[in-house]
Write a protein that binds this ligand. Structure first.
Ligand SMILES: [Zn+2]
Length: 633
């Protein structure tokens, strides 16, 4: 996932502080505190879905067959994760398809986690497995699904559905063991209204030639590699496809296809570059699904089919590092997976490191250095806002929604840790180590301590003294950025800093700003580091010269709107409103609302814009903005 710089999540920081201060029970590494599942007693091995999509009722209806292995002969209760599911029956499917009803009960709801589904299981020896069928339907407010009306799509003619299961939202559309330490293969039949196409994070199987009596056409899928539940993904809409290479391509709504195919023309060479660096790509195809603008995240690394925000289509391929990021997850995250959300940095820190290596190989060192520097800036902003316990790579997220705990720490601090290892052992040695790591733990879920043990045995022992235990401890279990970190050089933006200083002090006029050749990253750095206040005339000049409010580049527009809000630059507000009511990517909208809420006038504007924008946002973005934009007194 490519998520968000954290912006003033004061509530989360305070909560973390309380948890630590109250002397909570000692955390046990490897235990998933965000799942009810009793994984030591039963393990789901495979998931077989049969779901019909009802856009009018805003529900998925059908059943799931879980192939459940019994690990403990004495266990009599299977506990699954659910959130807002209507369960109508649970039964045991025996050979010959005979079914026996099982007694089941939903337990009490727990904040952030949903409800446990307790199923009474017949006795049986350990090592046996059985098929449990659950008939159910989702609710319209399912946190892992977004159903869009035709008006909310690019084409305006057909509805659209997509899932976002990470971190703990698979349970809102499938009852299962919703923890990344359980890996499953899956099969699915998705029944959709005629004229629409279904896609999943799986190989595509046969499609029924004719609709059934309900007018639904069945699409079939199979994922033969074992994946964590958060990588099960579905989308349904009016989709078109364009191949980009022998094993790569892009799905979008038809009206976006041309622009997307141009923007992501390097996809096939990205996959080859990754393979040269980190070993074989093990998932068959790699396609992109470009989502409608309300998608909550930049991208989601669903295997074989990354889900991508359209806000990275800048027209000049300047934001494709996000694609490199999602592709890199095919190694770090999808192949070797964090066992719990405490270990999220194993997914994201490695992935940012790989992403920058891909960017360097394809677009050169300068581009890589700029992205490194911007990454460090956003890490520092987050660290300044967070309580020290939230700075740890191995983070205690008990009592928190793992979505809200996502900051730049697992991403950029995790990346800096790998950069540090590279500096002590050399790139070639680290690359060899990483290839070995991906092979050794392929299709497994591991925790922080398992990684560190592997690191000690397979790298650190080769050159004793090169990295000390104290240094490892500082990176993983202590706050801040260690003083011995190897940081990117800010020199890469020196000319931009000079231009900004000269411009803001008045010694360089707006028309003399050397901005015509600036990349997206240079614009971001120029705008993100502006003085706190600027005179109205300077803002007028910038707007007149560069039409920043109208920028088709969602990142540049975002950086500009932050400057505009800080200075209450009202001429930018109509464009700001258009932006906030069109785009639903949490990273791009949350900080803007947060900035607006800092003044009385801004708060009023934030409330009025949010009232219009909220229905179009994804539940994940709604939750984030609900916490910021509070009703006025
Ligand atoms: Zn990611």
């Amino acid at each position: 996932m490519r998520a968000s710089p954290l912006v003033a999540l004061a509530g989360v920081a305070a909560l973390l502080h309380v948890v630590v201060a109250s002397g909570a029970e000692q955390l046990r590494p490897g235990v998933d505190y965000h799942s009810f599942a009793n994984v030591a007693q039963f393990r789901v091995r495979s998931v077989d879905l049969d779901l019909a999509v009802d856009f009018d009722a805003r529900r998925l209806t059908g059943h799931v067959d879980l192939n459940v292995a019994r690990l403990d002969k004495n266990a009599r209760r299977l506990v699954l994760d659910t959130r807002a599911l209507d369960i109508s029956s649970v039964s045991l499917i025996e050979k010959g398809a005979r079914s026996t009803p099982l007694t089941f009960k939903l337990g009490p709801a727990r904040e952030f986690l949903g409800k446990p589904l307790n199923i009474d299981m017949p006795a049986g020896p350990a090592g046996t497995s059985s098929v449990v069928r659950i008939e159910y339907r989702t609710q319209p407010q399912a946190s892992g699904l977004q159903l869009l009306t035709p008006a909310q799509t690019a084409g305006k003619k057909h509805p659209y559905l997509f899932s976002q299961s990470q971190a703990i939202h698979a349970r809102s559309w499938i009852p299962l063991q919703d923890t990344p330490q359980v890996r499953v293969t899956y099969r699915a039949t998705i029944r959709v209204p005629s004229g629409l196409i279904a896609v999943m994070s799986a190989a595509h199987g046969p499609v029924d030639a004719k609709p059934d009596e309900r007018g639904l056409t069945a699409y079939r899928f199979e994922m033969t590699e074992a994946i964590p539940s958060y990588l099960i993904a579905v989308a349904v809409g009016d989709l078109a496809f364009r191949p980009l290479g022998p094993r790569t391509g892009v799905y979008t709504e038809p009206s976006v296809l041309e622009a997307a195919a141009k923007e992501f023309v390097d996809l096939e060479s990205m996959v080859s570059t990754c393979e040269k660096l980190f070993g074989p790509y093990r998932w068959g195809r790699y396609d992109l699904l470009i989502l409608p603008p309300s998608a909550p995240y930049g991208g989601m690394e669903n295997p074989r089919l990354s889900f991508i925000t359209p806000t990275v289509i800048a027209g000049d391929r300047s934001l494709v590092s996000l694609i490199a990021h999602e592709l890199a997850h095919s190694w770090s995250g999808n192949l070797v997976t964090n066992a719990t959300w405490r270990d999220f940095w194993l997914n994201e820190g490695f992935t940012v490191y790989l992403e920058r290596r891909i960017v360097e190989a394809l677009y050169g060192q300068r581009r890589e250095q700029m992205e490194d520097e911007l990454g460090l800036q956003s890490l520092r902003r987050d660290l300044a806002d967070l309580e020290p316990p939230a700075h740890h790579l191995a983070i205690d997220l008990r009592g928190q929604d793992p979505d809200e705990g996502v900051t730049q720490v697992p991403y950029e601090k995790g990346k800096l840790f790998l950069q540090f290892i590279e500096s002590r052992f050399g790139r070639e040695t680290l690359d060899t180590f990483l290839r070995g790591y991906f092979d050794h733990f392929a299709f497994q879920s591991i925790d922080t301590e398992q990684f560190l043990d592997y690191l000690r045995t397979n790298l650190l022992a080769k050159k004793p003294g090169a990295i000390s235990e104290q240094e490892i401890h500082a990176w993983v279990y202590e706050p801040g950025i260690p003083g011995f970190a190897v940081l990117p050089s800010a020199d890469v933006f020196a000319s931009i800093d000079r231009a900004r200083t000269a411009w803001s002090s008045g010694s360089m006029s707006t028309e003399h700003l050397p901005a015509s050749g600036w990349s997206t990253q240079e614009w971001q750095h120029f705008l993100d580091n502006m003085p706190a206040t600027l005179p109205r005339t300077k803002l007028d000049e910038l707007e007149k010269a560069f039409s920043l409010s109208q920028s088709g580049n969602a990142e540049i527009a975002f950086s500009w709107f932050r400057v505009a809000i800080r200075n209450d630059y009202t001429p930018a507000y109509p464009a700001l409103e258009r932006y906030l009511t069109t785009i639903g990517r949490r990273k791009l909208v949350r900080p803007l609302y947060d900035d607006l809420m800092k003044s009385a006038r801004g708060s009023e504007l934030a409330r009025s814009i949010y009232a219009k924008a909220r229905p179009g946002y994804h539940p994940i973005t709604q939750t984030a903005v609900d916490a910021i934009v509070k009703p006025g007194k």
